[in-house]
Design a protein around this ligand. Structure first.
Ligand code: NDP
Ligand code: GDR
Length: 369
């Protein structure tokens, strides 16, 4: 039985990857952080009774900023594969916590690679690094490939640039099977609520049911290549099953703006929007809505809040996944329309649950970004 260790198992990708590897028959170990409240909601459905002798999912307390802890976990687990998905992964937050982001996202990667060496696991353990299209930042060419030069635009992007190169360096210097998946944005119903796609689907569902008044966003014209996380974790695994370690771009090759995402999600709820104004004064109001909706024509439901503008923005990203298609036979299964539909419908179901709870007289307050 193969053994995998996942840092960031409690995150979006960690949850999909753990499920994927368990289905493939792996024994799966994950690193979770100590938090003041439960933080395993995304993997609770995979939970197995710790007393079950057949169980194949194990969680270890740990942190990418703690080398001693990483060495101990890796020594104990002796993994065949390590997936380094753990990170402070929010680009805007990285401007507010740049040193921590560098420590967890940059140095954290080095700590795992060094642990593999210290423990003499160079010939046993394969390493996957969660690299990102944020490396391209101010893009030098479109679409972006494995050969496009990097120009990151945030402390997050710069920390991930270090992680990218240290992964390449350990491959070249010590012969480690170590590779970078340069993944473009990927989303799902498990996406963190403060990333733009989930923020949109969650807010529009709540507005539709009368649980929220308005959705405030930043740059509506940012363009991204959005895929589904479920499709992308398959690729993370495939990259570690090859004869040679190589780096791959993972993307759909299709791009949309934040504004288009808003419009698609609204239309999933039967709502059409109309836009007025420009720049920071732009807003969207209801053009048409179904009779059962809490919103009415003319009502403003999307506005701009300059808090969500970034000190340096990545305006456009579009990936070319030809190498992954050719060498690994990988293609994404989920279209943009299907992704928006799945996310919107899931958030509508969650909002309906909150509405039921509130109508029954209970408190159902939900944090709003
Ligand atoms: P999430 O933010 O959903 O998950 C991040 C995970 O990392 C969580 O489990 C989090 O724990 C954990 N984590 C954060 N800080 C630390 C730390 N110091 N030590 C240990 N664990 C930590 O991210 P995604 O699942 O979306 O992304 C997975 C990886 O892929 C990340 O590295 C991200 O940067 C990268 N990436 C993501 C893309 C995307 O579009 N989703 C695209 C390209 C790259 P907790 O639950 O306790 O917060
Ligand atoms: P990103 O994702 O920065 O691409 O990083 P995010 O969803 O945060 O932003 C995408 C684009 O939308 C614009 N935007 C807003 N973003 C947020 N979060 N909130 C808003 O209100 C808002 N309004 C407009 C942003 O300016 C940006 O242009 C994600 C993360 O998962 C990274 O970890 C990963 O490496 C990259 O994707 C690829």
């Amino acid at each position: 039985m193969k053994r995998a260790l996942i840092s960031g198992i409690t995150g979006q990708d960690g949850a999909y990857l753990a499920e994927f590897l368990l289905a493939k028959g792996y024994e799966v170990h994950g690193i979770k952080r100590r938090a003041s409240s439960f933080n395993t909601a995304r993997i609770d459905h995979l939970y197995q009774d710790p007393h079950d002798p057949e169980r194949r999912l194990f969680l270890h307390y740990g942190d990418l900023t703690d080398a001693t802890n990483l060495i101990r976990i890796i020594q104990q687990v002796q993994p065949d594969e390590i997936y380094n998905l753990g990170a402070q992964s929010h680009v805007q937050v990285s401007f507010e916590t740049p040193e921590y982001t560098a420590n967890a996202d940059g140095m954290g990667t080095l700590r795992i690679l060094e642990a593999i060496r210290i423990l003499g696991l160079e010939n046993k353990t394969r390493f996957y690094q969660a690299s990102t299209s944020e490396l391209y930042g101010q893009v030098a060419e479109t679409p972006q490939t494995e050969r496009t030069p990097f120009h990151p635009r945030s402390p997050y992007g710069v920390a991930k640039l270090y992680a990218y190169w240290i992964t390449v360096n350990y491959r070249e210097a010590y012969g480690l099977y170590a590779c970078n998946g340069i993944l473009f944005n990927h989303e799902s119903p498990l996406r963190g609520e403060t990333f733009v796609t989930r923020k949109i689907t969650r807010a529009l569902a709540r507005i539709h049911l009368g649980l929220q008044d308005c959705l405030y966003l930043g740059n509506l014209d940012a363009r991204r290549d959005w895929g589904h996380a479920r499709d992308y974790v398959e690729m993370q695994w495939l990259m570690l099953q090859q004869p040679n370690a190589e780096d791959y771009v993972i993307a759909t090759g299709v791009q949309h703006s934040v504004r288009e995402f808003v419009e698609h999600s609204a239309s999933e709820l039967g709502i059409t929007l109309a836009w007025q104004g420009t720049g920071a004064d732009e807003y969207a109001y209801i053009a048409t809505a179904p009779n059962h909706s809490a919103v009415k024509p003319g009502q403003r439901v999307v506005g701009i809040d300059s808090r969500y503008y970034r000190p340096a923005e990545v305006d456009t990203l579009l990936g070319d996944p030809s190498k992954a298609r050719k060498n690994l036979g990988w293609t994404p299964h989920t279209s943009f329309a299907e992704l928006v539909r799945e996310m919107t419908q899931r958030d509508l179901a969650l909002a309906q649950r909150d509405a039921l709870v509130m109508n029954a007289g209970f408190n159902a307050h939900s944090p709003q970004e």
